[in-house]
Design a protein around this ligand. Sequence first.
Ligand code: SAM
Length: 239
Amino acid sequence: VSFGYRDVDASEKTGMVRSVFSGVAAKYDLMNDAMSGGLHRLWKDHFVRRVNPRKDEAILDMAGGTGDIAFRLHRAGAQVTVADINPEMLAVGQERAKKRGIDDLLWSEQNAEQLSFSDRSFDAYTIAFGIRNVTFIDKALKEAHRVLKFGGRFFCLEFSTTTWPGFSEMYDAYSHHLVPKLGKLLANDEDSYRYLVESIRRFPSMPEFERMIKDAGFVQTKVEPILGGLVAIHSGWKI
Ligand code: SAM
């Protein structure tokens, strides 16, 4: 399987991804702002509007990291479980929640490929900038389907490939040259940011990923490209 710019044994990838995020956890929020020029905040706002969380709904925010999506869902009164494979990312998230006076989120260490939650536990499943890090994406999608109730919805926010000519070359130049440099400058960690860039480049195209969501059992799947597909929201329903 691919790990950024090189191939590794599937059994190694999950551990390597875990260590990437252990390394970046403390600087994660700062780096997101720096690298997206603050745009990730708008994408996340938009994503959560699409999810349309309702009061008291049970929502699983998978690969929830430091809580950006969970805090937004929580604002609508949903009961949010933040799950992530990385305890350091979760710890930063819990610290942030405390500062915001939020004390009713559930934080849970989980591998998206194999969740400890029972079948049909959640009304919605969200995953933002998380799925491309998962070794076996098809397994994670099947698990998402399993833990959703009938009528439950799946929402994924992820980098994809922009189809805007010109913009895509600009983005390539930016991501290959500037992002690793920024990673070095701000977080003293060039390799992790190289991994992040490469994992974006290798992620399946929008139609391919939609196909995978269908294969996991979801229906009425939809793709909403943002900035020509630089980022995309994929969604589907379990019926
Ligand atoms: N959702 C957050 C956000 O949008 O800010 C965090 C996104 S961060 C780029 C990716 C997260 O995926 C990291 O916190 C990482 O630990 C988590 N992750 C990677 N592989 C995972 C897996 N197999 N299962 C669960 N979480 C995973």
